[in-house]
Design a protein around this ligand. Structure first.
Ligand code: BG6
Length: 297
C-alpha cells in the first residue's frame, strides 16, 4: 500500500484492516466485508459511535458482530425475499455473501476535512456459486465529523438483476430501556416477531422485547435515535425501507460473538432496500444506497 498521512494497513486477528487516525476522528475498516467497525469522532471524546461486540472475533470468512456489516445481494433469510430475488439464490447464506468476502482497496483520498476510501468487490467463480450474476460493487466511505457510506452496485451482467440489501448499522446505547427512535410515526412495518404481520407504527419506536421489524416509507427517511447520552441521526439515501432490530434476552443467548447481556447496550437501524423496495437493475446501470450518521451529545 502507498504511504498515507492518516491511513495505514494493519491486521485485526486474521483480518486485514485499514486504521485511520485523523485529527477529526479515528476509524477502522476491515477489508473483509468492507466493514467499518469503529468510527470515533474527536469532538465526542473519541468514543466509538458504532457498537462493536466485546466478544467480536476477527476470523476469515466470518462477519464480525458490530459496526456496519453490508448485507448484499440479499437481505436476511433467502426464503423471506421477493420471488425475483429468492429464485436466483444458489447458496442461501443469511444476509448474502458480500459481508464475508475480502474486498479490494480501490482508492484513498485524504484532506484535513475528511478521508474518502473506496473498496471494491467484483464477481468471480466463487461469487457465482452463491449468485449467478456479474457485478461490480463499491463501498465508498466519507469520514470526517460524520460517517457517510454509499454502496454502489454496477450491473455488469447482460441480464436484469433483482436484489435486496442493507447497511446493517449497529449503534451503542448505555441503556436500551431508555432508548427510542423517532421518524417512523404512522408508517407501516412488517413484524418478523409476529408472523410477518403488517402493522402501523404509532409514535416513537421503543425497545421492551425482541424487536425485528421491516419499516416501509414513502421516501428515504431521516431516523433519529435518542439514547441517554447521545442523539444519533441517520440520513438515508435511495432507501425507502429500514430494519430495526434488537435480539433481547432469549435470542441473545443464541447469537454468535454476543454476550447474553449485550442486548442492553446496542440496537440496529439498517438502511435497506427490502420487500417492495427491492432493487431492479437493467444491464449496464447502477444503483447507490447510502447513509450518513451524525452524532450529537
Ligand atoms: O446474526 P446475523 O446473521 O448477523 O443477523 C442478525 C440479525 O440481522 C437483522 O437484520 C435481522 O432482521 C435479524 O433477524 C437477524 O437476527
Amino acid at each position: 500500500m502507498m504511504k498515507y498521512a492518516f491511513c495505514q494497513q494493519t491486521k485485526r486477528g486474521e483480518l486485514d484492516s485499514l486504521e485511520i487516525n485523523h485529527p477529526l476522528f479515528k476509524a477502522t475498516i476491515l477489508l473483509q466485508g468492507a466493514q467499518i467497525i469503529e468510527f470515533s469522532p474527536a469532538q465526542h471524546d473519541c468514543l466509538n459511535a458504532l457498537w462493536l461486540s466485546p466478544s467480536a472475533h476477527y476470523k476469515s470468512g466470518e462477519s464480525v458482530r458490530g459496526g456496519i456489516p453490508i448485507c448484499w445481494p440479499w437481505f436476511g433469510a433467502a426464503d423471506k425475499n421477493p420471488a425475483s430475488v429468492r429464485d436466483n439464490i444458489r447458496h442461501p447464506v443469511a444476509h448474502g455473501f458480500a459481508r464475508s468476502r475480502v474486498w479490494q482497496l480501490k482508492h484513498i483520498k485524504e484532506s484535513c476535512h475528511q478521508v474518502e476510501i473506496v473498496l471494491r468487490l467484483s464477481s468471480d467463480a466463487d461469487s457465482h456459486e452463491y449468485w449467478p450474476y456479474d457485478f461490480e460493487l463499491e463501498a465508498k466511505f466519507i469520514l470526517g465529523k460524520t460517517l457517510t457510506l454509499f454502496l454502489i452496485t454496477h450491473n455488469t451482467d447482460h441480464r436484469i438483476v433483482n436484489l435486496t440489501q442493507a447497511l446493517h448499522t449497529y449503534l451503542p446505547t448505555s441503556d436500551i430501556n431508555c432508548t427510542y427512535i423517532n421518524g417512523a410515526n404512522n408508517t407501516c412495518y412488517i413484524d418478523a416477531m409476529d408472523q410477518w404481520r403488517t402493522k402501523s407504527q404509532q409514535g416513537n419506536i421503543h425497545f421492551n422485547t425482541e424487536t425485528d421489524r421491516l419499516y416501509l416509507f414513502n421516501q428515504s427517511p431521516i431516523l433519529q435515535a435518542f439514547t441517554p447520552h447521545h442523539k444519533l441521526t441517520l440520513h438515508n439515501f435511495n432507501s425507502r425501507s429500514a430494519v430495526i432490530w434488537n435480539p433481547w434476552t432469549e435470542k441473545s443467548k443464541r447469537l454468535s460473538q454476543f454476550n447474553a447481556t449485550d442486548f442492553k447496550t446496542m440496537f440496529c437501524i439498517e438502511t435497506a432496500n427490502v420487500l417492495e423496495d427491492s432493487v431492479t437493475l437493467a444491464p449496464n446501470t447502477c444503483h447507490q444506497i447510502g447513509m450518513q450518521l451524525i452524532i450529537e451529545s
